[in-house]
Ligand binder design. Structure first.
Ligand code: NAP
Length: 261
């Protein structure tokens, strides 16, 4: 069994590498920086894990084409990501930062890394590198919570979440055995947000988070096209009200009629 984890040199990605490595997975440590990636590989090897560095730079779409040479990946974990300039003069993780304080380049940079880069990793691996029953897991966040809506970050993750649904539905349509789903881990103490375990009762360690994510990977349920919250709540749609209305309309009038002029 083989897994590729992007951004596996630290934080949640490294904890997942340890967790899956101890379950017997061969771990491909995806990292953009070779020195940081190799350091993570050495730490994993010291724990008896079969690990290898693979360069994954989400900001370099040309570099990502090299991933198509990989083979037999059972688990692809799209973990690498950036927070998209959530800092302000009030602090590292400014929960109150105004949505109007994000520049176009904040949006461009964050969407490029979190969405376009992740999209490219998946599409490079899809044709030949994944096993028939492979699972693709995206690490994500809720994107419309009033208490925390950093514009660049949630916009990039919303696009990623839409991709999770779209690719999941395509797998179903194609009768593929593959699955793609996303997990929302909640607040985790990592460099991404500068939070520490104990800052609040909600902040988890990366190790606890890896354990929670792996529970969903190995629960023998089909999670294709779902977004799973850390407490197990499952979302399969962003607009349930809209879906119900459209489905009722289509059931009543038929699909063709909806598109008639
Ligand atoms: N922490 C949380 O509370 C939380 C909550 C929900 C979701 N998440 C998600 O969890 C994932 C992991 O975050 P984390 O909290 O573990 O953060 P982290 O400790 O900052 O780790 C982020 C990882 O992503 C890598 N990365 C960043 N930009 C990259 C790029 N352009 N190409 C390749 N790798 C890149 C980093 O590599 P470098 O070391 O080279 O920078 C690092 O390995 C992210 O997708 C994040 O959105 C986190």
């Amino acid at each position: 069994m083989k897994t590729l984890i992007t951004g596996a040199n630290k934080g949640i990605g490294f904890a997942l590498a340890q967790n899956l490595g101890h379950r017997g997975y061969e771990v491909l440590v995806g990292a953009r920086n070779e020195t940081r990636g190799q350091e993570a590989v050495e730490k994993l090897k010291a724990e008896g894990i079969n690990a290898e560095f693979v360069k994954v730079d989400l900001d370099d779409l040309n570099q990502l084409t090299s991933l198509s040479a990989l083979t037999d990946i059972d688990l692809l974990i799209n973990n690498a990501g950036i927070s998209g300039n959530i800092h302000s003069d009030k602090g590292h993780l400014d929960m109150e930062k105004s949505a109007f304080d994000y520049s176009n380049s904040d949006l461009e940079e964050t969407i490029k890394t979190n969405f376009l880069g992740t999209h490219a990793v998946i599409t490079e691996l899809l044709p030949h590198s994944l096993t028939e029953n492979a699972k693709i897991i995206n690490i994500t966040v809720p994107v419309s919570q009033e208490y925390w809506m950093p514009l660049a970050y949630v916009t990039s993750k919303a696009a990623q979440n839409a991709m999770t649904f779209a690719f999941g539905h395509q797998f179903k349509k194609d009768k593929s055995q593959k699955q793609i789903f996303a997990v929302m881990p909640g607040a985790v103490a990592t460099d991404l947000n500068g939070a520490k375990v104990g800052d609040s009762p909600f902040v988890k360690s990366p190790e606890e988070t890896a354990q929670m994510i792996s529970k969903f990977i190995f629960d023998n349920k089909n999670h294709n096209a779902q977004i799973i919250n850390f407490d197990g709540t499952i979302y399969d749609n962003y607009e349930p009200g809209l879906r119900n209305k459209v489905i009722k309309d289509v059931a009543k009038n038929g699909l063709k009629r909806k598109f008639k002029k």
